[in-house]
Design a protein around this ligand. Structure first.
Ligand code: FMN
Length: 428
């Protein structure tokens, strides 16, 4: 094994035909962690309203957009998809000079659709130094954390992959929402994560993964507030340690040999239709096996291939297995080139742990990487996944993320030995 972060973890958490049969998942339904975090009502809560553009932006970053009711249970779906709908991420932000918010550090309390003020800020205090920024930043700074045990409850060791993908989807909601907010953003992975975790009062049950900067520097210098934040019983008593995940997180904190992506994406959407796509996005549960058109496929790829501005841009190869696209020969494609022709629809479904989504789609994507910075490359896969979801929704076609696949068999099928990060299916 090489010394790149996360590669050993990735190897240890591969699925195979045998492993999913030898180690079937048994779920402890009586001890399922809650997927919503609430701060006590003694903290000031600001309900998000449509009156302020910044409120709207925050709502677009993981707000509740649908409710499902089953006998005895109700659950909520959000602007972001999530493996197993476990939502193992939280969003915190700093607002400085933003209409609709007092300057301060906030938690986005998804369950009440409000921003909870954790600490007000003086002009010379803020979280900027954790992002290695000296000057006060006017605007919004977002911080994505992971109460990872929510996902480990179901997915065990493999859960860190899902926490990173889901965090990437949340960054994807920022990519999408900032287009309506009309503000540039850049993603930061090069963060003092340990300092930030300590400042927020996190124990081992929650850790930060990334940040997004929608702000501009102002005159002056800024310091971290003296008073740290307090967490009170964040897990509701259902926390299960997972040594592999906790160790892998530590291992994936340092970054090495990062290349920044300074270029910004150029989206050209009708804004109201784009907002509708953000609010209506859902995972498709079953395809009708109708084809899509070549123009639809190319439009999705056009959006997916736009740059993602960040301080650690890792290479990701996108393979497309074309199952039913009018005007395109069937086969495996990479960067628009047909690598191998043939009908691989059954094979694509088999590789996705025999899920029909993979065979009945118009296109099944596989995202692979040989990058060295696991934390950054996996979140980038989630951002790309989110673009595939929203581009599909915008074009009137369906999409589903697929986190479960036979890792090594996908590599053999694609003739690519690198890490398989994510699969997604689109179609009608
Ligand atoms: C990382 C990731 C992996 C997923 N894997 C699967 C999968 O293997 N099979 C599946 O049917 N859905 C999968 N989904 C879709 C989720 O089940 C879905 O997002 C969740 O139930 C919430 O529903 P919504 O996306 O309609 O809001 C995945 C989603 C994500 C983000």
């Amino acid at each position: 094994m090489n010394n790149c972060s996360g590669h050993e973890y990735h190897e240890a958490t591969k699925h195979s035909w045998l492993s999913v049969r030898q180690y079937p998942n048994r779920l402890d339904w009586d001890n399922q962690p809650a997927s919503l975090k609430f701060y006590p009502s003694t903290y000031p809560h600001t309900p998000l309203t449509k009156a302020f553009p910044a409120h709207n932006l925050i709502y677009h970053i993981g707000g509740i957009t649908a409710k499902k009711s089953y006998p005895g249970v109700e659950y909520y779906l959000r602007t972001n998809p999530s493996a197993g709908a476990l939502y193992p991420n939280e969003v915190y932000f700093q607002a400085r000079g933003v209409d609709g918010f007092e300057d301060g550090i906030y938690h986005f309390e998804v369950g009440s659709s409000s921003a909870v003020l954790l600490q007000p800020l003086n002009p010379n205090e803020g979280l900027e130094p954790f992002l290695k920024l000296r000057h006060p930043m006017r605007g919004l700074l977002f911080f994505i954390s992971s109460p990872w045990y929510r996902s480990a409850w179901k997915y065990k060791n493999r859960a860190y992959r899902y926490c990173l993908l889901d965090a990437g989807h949340l960054l994807g909601t920022i990519d999408a929402g900032s287009y309506l907010y009309d503000h540039a953003y850049r993603i930061a992975y090069n963060i003092d994560l340990e300092g930030l975790n300590h400042f927020f009062g996190f124990g081992r049950e929650e850790f930060f993964l990334s940040a997004a900067i929608l702000a501009v520097p102002e005159e002056g210098e800024v310091e971290i507030p003296k008073q740290t934040l307090v967490q009170s019983d964040p897990t509701g008593g259902v926390f299960e340690p997972n040594p592999l995940i906790e160790r892998t997180y530590q291992e994936t904190i340092p970054l090495q040999g990062c290349h920044a992506e300074p270029r910004f994406r150029k989206f050209m959407f009708h804004k109201s239709a784009w907002e509708e796509a953000i609010l209506k996005r859902r995972s498709i549960r079953e395809f009708s096996k109708q084809p899509i058109t070549k123009a639809q496929f190319e439009a999705v790829m056009e959006i997916v291939n736009q740059p993602i501005p960040s301080d650690c841009d890792e290479p990701i190869t996108i393979y497309a297995v074309i199952n039913r696209v009018i005007g395109m020969p069937l086969g495996i494609y990479k960067d628009g080139t047909l690598l191998k022709s043939g009908d691989f629809s059954q094979k694509a479904g088999y590789l996705c742990l025999e899920q029909r989504l993979g065979s009945e789609s118009a296109v099944t994507f596989f995202l692979l990487s040989n990058g060295c910075n696991y934390r950054a490359l996996y979140q980038k896969a989630g951002i790309i996944g989110h673009r595939i979801y929203l581009a599909s929704e915008y074009l009137g076609i369906g999409c589903s993320g697929i986190g479960a696949y036979y890792d090594n068999e996908v590599c053999e099928f694609l003739d690519d030995p690198h890490m398989v990060l994510y699969a997604l299916a689109i179609g009608q």
